[in-house]
Design a protein around this ligand. Structure first.
Ligand SMILES: Nc1ncnc2c1ncn2[C@@H]1O[C@H](COP(=O)(O)OP(=O)(O)OP(=O)(O)O)[C@@H](O)[C@H]1O
Ligand SMILES: [Mg+2]
Length: 220
């Protein structure tokens, strides 16, 4: 499965989700390729910190840019169980190229009013790319850096459900220090010495839904 984490907004948690997902898939025994398709190189930085803190990184990392993202992933796809792609928060050639080869497009939205208008841009981009593909990809939206007690969450969750291009997944990833703390060590939240159980449970719920839902479809 090729899973792309993308958006048209910076700082919403894409790299956090992509890196945790790569490590989560490794933990499940999968052979994983993490593609850093963001010129900022955050997933590569994460992996460098990871390599200095762990004996074994567990996945393979490559940095790709522009149309090469599409060409290289098409070539690499048969070699891995799963490919996770981290992209930047803008409409770039790299993100579009990745959207042509992904099976799943995963788009985090932070529950802030100024983030929400980008969903229209994301939906328009999805329409455009889907029109050029032989087989459509599955697109999901979900709340990232969510405020558990805030009414903002409900409003944004409701608004996200108005876009048929993206299926809204009701599995929020909350704003928790554990995500930032583990990222600075190059670790997934569940790899910390004393993992934040709530953070781990949130990721498990989101990733299990994405992976199992789609595996079931594949098997049918
Ligand atoms: N769920 C969360 N709870 C708390 N902090 C988070 C969470 N997700 C991400 N962060 C923090 O927010 C910042 C931005 O996260 P991240 O780098 O994952 O976003 P991004 O969408 O990849 O950004 P960019 O668009 O710049 O690539 C980082 O400092 C990260 O540690
Ligand atoms: Mg990033």
């Amino acid at each position: 499965m090729v899973i792309l984490v993308g958006s048209q907004k910076g700082g919403v948690g894409k790299t956090t989700i992509a890196t945790n997902l790569a490590a989560w898939l490794v933990k499940q025994g999968a052979d994983v390729l993490l593609v850093d398709a963001d010129d900022q190189g955050s997933a590569a930085d994460f992996t460098a910190w990871r390599e200095s803190n762990l004996e074994k990184c567990g996945y393979t990392l490559v940095q790709l840019t522009g149309i090469n993202v599409r060409k290289q992933i098409e070539a690499l796809r048969p070699k891995y169980d799963h490919i996770v792609i981290d992209t930047g928060g803008r409409d770039t050639t790299s993100q579009r190229a990745a959207m042509f080869v992904c099976d799943i497009y995963l788009s985090p939205f932070a529950p802030r009013s100024y983030d929400l208008w980008t969903v229209t841009k994301v939906a328009t981009l999805i329409d455009e790319i889907q029109a050029g593909r032989a087989e459509p990809f599955t697109a999901y939206s979900f709340l990232s850096k969510a405020d558990i007690k805030s009414a903002d969450n409900r409003e944004v969750a409701q608004a996200l459900q108005d876009y048929p291009q993206l299926t809204f997944l009701p599995f929020a990833i909350s704003n928790r220090k554990a995500f930032a703390n583990s990222a600075s060590k190059g670790l997934a939240v569940f790899e910390m010495d004393e993992p934040d159980r709530k953070a781990v449970a949130e990721l498990d719920a989101l990733f299990n839904h994405i992976l199992h839902g789609n595996l079931a479809t594949t098997a049918a």
